[in-house]
Write a protein that binds this ligand. Sequence first.
Ligand code: ZN
Ligand code: ZN
Ligand code: FE
Length: 799
Amino acid sequence: RPFIWKLFSGLGINGFVTNTTEGVYIELNAKNDGQLKKICEKIIKEKPEQSMIESINFSISKNKYFNDFKILPSLESEERFQLISPDIATCNKCIEDIKDIQNKRRYRYAFTNCTSCGPRFTIIKKMPYDRKNTTMAKFIMCPDCKKEYENPFDRRFHAQPNACIKCGPQLVLTDSSGSKINVANPIKEVSRLLGQGKIVAIKSLGGFQIACSAIDNLTVKKLRERKKRPLKPFAVMFKDMEMVKKYLNATILQQQSLQSPAAPVVLLKKKKRTHAKNNIWLAESISFYNKYEGAMLPYTPLHHLLFKETDVPLIMTSGNISEEPIASGNEEAINKLKNICDYFLIHDRDIYSKYDDSVLKIAGGKQMLIRRARGFAPYPIKLGIDVGNRVIFAAGANEKNTFCFLTKNYAILSQHIGDLDSTDAFDFYAATYKNYKEVFGFEKTDAIAFDKHPDYSSTRFANKSINSHIKIPVQHHKAHIASVIAENNLNKKTLAFSWDGTGLGDDGKIWGSEIFITGPPDNNTGGNNNFGNISFKRIGHLKEKILPGGEASIKNPYRMAIAYLYEIFKSLNNKKTLAKSLNSFDEYVFSILPFYKNIISTDEINILKIQIERGLNSPCTTSMGRFFDSVSSVLNLTHISSYEGEAAVHLENISDEKIESFYDFKLSSKAGYPKENSPDLLFEIDDFYIFMQVLKDIEKKVHSSIISSRFHNTLANMIFSISSDIRKKTGISAIILTGGVFQNSILIENIQKKLSFNGFGVYSNFKVPVNDGGISLGQAYIAAIELLNNTNAAIKDKL
Ligand code: ZN
Ligand code: ZN
Ligand code: FE
């Protein structure tokens, strides 16, 4: 509104502008169509940096004349759906304000903001976005703030969270029991405490962050112990880009991401430590063996003020215990974090919606989101399909959960909710669902989509709590693929690799290395925005094997390694190629991998052996994630995963990128791979054959970094070879790479290069996470396609 007001007043155009729940509404007197067109072009060209124009529509009305140009109060219309801005990092002008000692009201004021920056979605309770509908409602603006708020020439004109030292929220420092500590400058005191190795919880934009010195290894270790987070890397906040570059390599693209209004955590390659005298460096225990460090820049005035007093990088990690949701209320935080943090820097601006920091990396010249939260959600993903006013709810996966509402041509994904296993996480899920429904005005739900797994909390929530006639279960790996189709607006046949840890398959087995041919069915011509139903033909996967004890083997990679070793032991035994002395399985294990004596007992090996033989409480799996786990364990890297994907992350990080050698691989099929026009195209990748070569390298004492590289190179070669083969046979040249496995930088960059160079189109997830954080988009998209095409039998019954 202020922008439009300024623009039109400057042009001498009369009329009015107002916010409605649908968007900005303007009436104006234009001389003719030509002028109107020019005005629209001017709006697009000169729009504020942080704004996004989805579309401009206009119509001509009769005989309405205005004498001036006004801003009218917000209107609530019947159509309540409106796009909402995510939170925005503090702008440069506001940074100047808080550093300017002459600025009586904002010098050192931690809640400074303007129309170009500050909190948005985290403080909105309902629409329209006016102060009374935010958690700022309880603060009455002082006459000076009010003047700014009402002055169209002011930067803070209609800045809803506008506040100053006289009238706005205030900081309070407390000890770990919540008792106030009286200090003149709480931020300065926090900086002093951090310098002493204390751990301080800081109420930030979307929740609490836990801060401590990032150069003090002992403090970081103390935080790890208290937070029960032994190995998962912490994010580090740096004062400015100069400080980032001292420790980490940042390309231009990475710097742009760091400095963008979303201010995410960006993964940057570590620099080699320089050993100058008294040279401080990042603590080793922030990320251990990782080649990358998660870096971010200050994004609130509070962060900027803290770094005014601090000259070292700070750990800034989510205020939670292990994988639970981030704490956002003062009392909640003190209750939950009192055993982790020595002090709390709190304030009285409430956080209505919890938002974690977003995490991304640059891959193939693009931002690839790993965790989509603050600064990104709930900005919608624009789709190539339009479901009109219908509303589809997709419940998402069980881990790294997000949910998705799909309406019109928008998919609105929630912020990262996380793993739904704890009650707290589930409450967060339910509360966020309610919040989105309210804020976006979704009163009815026309269809729900969810994972096929009946025990996912998200699946149960969708089926129990939402009233919808149309219920569409979506297989996990198909959802991964559909998320790529959705964000890339694909309407053609593709060869899709959907590789991850686990997902329930159509056959009741645990899938995870699935290869599909997807796209519109053969009889569908597409075109005219008529997206055909997406057909999925599963054509390949890893060999099926037992996942001994199910969940237990997901958390303990060494158990999966035993499953692989047992299969190999059996085949060697059959071929009688084993030395005579090794006739028992445990002997075999300890002979080739002596360090396993410290990992697993003979008894456990024998229990596992029985589990594998009888399949007791042990599902059958084709998981690619478990393949990575097993290799990580036999290389003596990770035997027990303290966080999801740890074993694979470890394997990736020790690899030597210069190594170009690889292992041989075999694909097999009963029907003969891949027979042209064969109705039974299904083939198997012989992962045991690759595993055996890994073991041989271990025997030859080849360095782990070389084995890891060979392993990665083999998978890349395999994808390339399968793609080439399928293209020859079917003409399909579009390749989809999705699922958590493709978070692996070496793998994705290696494959992308190879495929692109050879004329393939390569598609993956960039706007939503390639991991299970993107599942909800795929679920919603498949449901939308089914609704549009009316192809689902259940839908036909119900309509
Ligand atoms: Zn600002
Ligand atoms: Zn004020
Ligand atoms: Fe997955």
